[in-house]
Design a protein around this ligand. Sequence first.
Ligand code: 1HN
Length: 345
Amino acid sequence: MNASPATNADREAFYARIDPQNMAPLWTRLKSLVPAAPTPIGVPHQWRYADVRPFVLESAQHISAAEAERRVLILENPALRGSSQITSSLYAGIQLIMPGEVAPAHRHTQSALRLVLEGSGAYTAVDGEKTIMQPGDFVITPSWTWHHHGHEATGPMVWLDGLDIPMLAHFNSTFREDHHQAEANITRPTGDSMARYGSGLLPLNHKSDSLNSPVFNYPYARTREALARLAHAGAPDVHQGYVMRYVNPVDGGWAMPTMATTIRLLPAGFETHTYRSSESAIFVCLEGETTINVGEQKLSLQPEDVAVVPGWMPYTLNAKSESVLFCFSDRVAQEKLGFFREARQ
Ligand code: 1HN
């Protein structure tokens, strides 16, 4: 049964009579309300860093980080303009902080991730601990934690922000609060989280009720080394390449409760088999040159380029040279709620 029941004058009259009661028949809508498979929301798209970067740097001439609160250019899906969405469930933007600036402390129920694209030496302070960021670092800002950013080194610092804004909007669970100080108090030394939780060891009797990994900066140097070792340890997954997920060392789960984060290495010349899943995914190229073939599009990514692949669209990855791709998606939320699906051809 693929078609909805036909209409007729009798039925139309009935629909007209129930309409004032704010009621409607399900049977005319069921097939579109609950389709056989996801209808793609948004389109595949790429943002070339070479195109984006001049505008990001120029934004500093127009507004300070302090006045902007966060000086970010939103990456908006071309089919979802005006929504601040890169996918149905996710937000992404590119943030700039200049030496001497502070992006003031606030907190919100949205979770945020940072993936450093350019520059080094700026810090983010989350829940009382600073971490100094380097290119390729993946940094977590958990829901409702105070956070501010600062830059006491030199040169512009640029990173990708990923947030679960549309997800929380869907549940109408958005809250935010400004800190009474631009810089929230620092209560732990820099490196404390890494020292305690970052070596495959945990302090005995460590207890936490956080849904996030206590390792809040996954430095790229260590991630890259792990990828290189994995690539020497065996064969790549034919659909994904050498792919690993960032892990919460406390429970073995994903690093964050709403956004799944992975890193993958694709050997030069590697072409994946066709893959799709119900997650909507944002890819960031960190090294090499890889093409994402999705729908009619060929998204050719070079370092710092960003691409979005909406859920349930089949795609392949084709690496021209050895490549490293970071990815974040809504997979973890879908898994926890029990409806994540994937298909491999
Ligand atoms: C936010 O707090 C940050 O902390 C970045 O850097 C982007 C977009 C919307 C709302 C809050 C940040 C954001 C944001």
